[in-house]
Design a protein around this ligand. Structure first.
Ligand SMILES: [Zn+2]
Ligand SMILES: [Zn+2]
Ligand SMILES: [Zn+2]
Length: 386
């Protein structure tokens, strides 16, 4: 695939594909925007009342409702309500199952692509609640902080079942990075944790009971199911949306008199402090999705790009965080900011256990002779957890 802005090429056997720049990007430039093939809110996140569109994850609460819930303070008042982007007048829900959407467009698109099958099947097999049971079983294996949901896999199956041309959809999924059998075992295990390794087969059988898996039979052999979990584990891109953080962003852009600015900044800080006490770091509606272009972006410990969700929905924007030259590989960091500051040894340990690759980025190359010790931060973490 190639256009004026970027192209994708095979890098090597270990990394597979990579995304490369076809022109100069300045810091802050948007490299690309894309919608996911499929996405889904995390199961616990949804259960705990993080209200998001069932299709695009747009917040369904107003910023004030969001802040009230996350601070546990039902009397909290947010000024500048015009800075809240939530539009309740556009919201709809599925008349059959009550799934909530930010707009009729999302409801229709979900129904046409995958929801018709999932909605019907959850009602038809109502006695056994097989999809609900599958989700409950998953939740017992995968506690917050969540990194995946079995419901994303259910949507993938439904997407194939509902497609007119099933081969087309299957070939889209086959473009994502696939691993060897040994690798997929390890990734699937990492996704669930050692304790639940034996139960992968339980999930597989429950999914076969809950859904028509005729067109995706190759995903439901024991090896096939592990590789499906591995596909979602290694390619799934986290998505986060928040009505309150959009309100903060819009309020921060207002031209306010100095005293009002001081007042509002204090208010925002106090709300964030209160939220931290009540929900810790769980501030966002969270889920994950499969993005074709983003999934070809490799990791670097000195990334030149970042994936963001500036529209408060599942539209991913890849943005340059420094100038990028023609022909340069575009990379993001798979590690968070704290992890990136750690020693080469610590970073490589995290990358190889989560994504099963050895990082050869510029930073890792220049630190290649560093001793193999974990960084202090990591030793601290170990102390706390033991
Ligand atoms: Zn939506
Ligand atoms: Zn429905
Ligand atoms: Zn590196």
């Amino acid at each position: 695939m190639e256009n004026n802005d970027f192209f994708i090429k095979i890098v090597n056997n270990e990394k597979g594909k990579g995304l490369f720049s076809n022109r100069i990007f300045k810091e802050g430039d948007i490299i690309l925007e894309e919608k996911p093939i499929v996405c889904c809110q995390f199961s616990w996140n949804s259960d705990y009342g993080y209200l998001a569109c069932d299709h695009c994850l747009r917040p369904l609460e107003t910023a004030q409702e969001n802040a009230q819930r996350l601070t546990g303070n039902p009397n909290l008042f947010l000024p500048y309500s015009e800075c809240c982007e939530t539009n309740k007048n556009l919201m709809t829900e599925c008349p059959a199952c009550g799934a909530k959407y930010c707009s009729i467009e999302c409801q229709n698109e979900a129904f046409q692509r995958y929801h018709s099958v999932l909605c019907l099947q959850s009602r038809m097999k109502d006695e056994s609640h097989s999809l609900t049971q599958l989700n409950e079983t998953w939740k017992q294996m995968h506690y917050p902080p969540e990194t995946a949901t079995i419901m994303l896999l259910a949507r993938m199956v439904a997407l194939v079942n509902q497609a007119n041309n099933k081969q087309d959809v299957l070939s889209i999924f086959s473009q994502f990075c696939h691993r060897t059998t040994n690798d997929t075992h390890e990734i699937a295990h990492n996704l669930l944790g050692e304790k639940f390794v034996g139960q992968i087969d339980v999930l597989r059988q429950m999914m076969q009971t809950a859904l028509n898996t005729e067109y995706t039979a190759h995903w439901f052999t024991p090896d096939g199911f592990r590789s499906l979990l591995a596909l979602v584990g290694t390619n799934g891109q986290g998505i986060g949306t928040s009505a309150f953080s959009r309100w903060v962003k819009n309020v921060s852009a207002l031209d306010l008199p100095k005293d009002q600015r001081i007042y509002i900044d204090k208010l925002i800080n106090r709300i964030y402090d209160d939220m931290e006490e009540v929900v810790g770091s769980f501030l966002n509606n969270e889920g994950s999705g499969l993005y074709i272009l983003q999934s070809s972006v490799n990791h670097s410990c000195t990334p030149n790009a970042i994936a963001e969700f500036p529209y408060s929905n599942n539209t991913l924007v890849l943005k340059a965080i420094r100038d990028i030259q023609v022909g340069e590989e575009i990379c993001t960091s798979y590690l968070d900011e704290c992890e990136l500051e750690r020693s080469r040894y610590s970073r490589q340990k995290a990358l190889s256990s989560l994504y099963l690759f050895v990082c050869h980025c510029d930073k890792c190359q220049t630190q290649i002779n560093d001793p193999n010790v974990t960084s202090d931060e990591e030793l601290d973490d170990d102390d706390v957890s033991s």
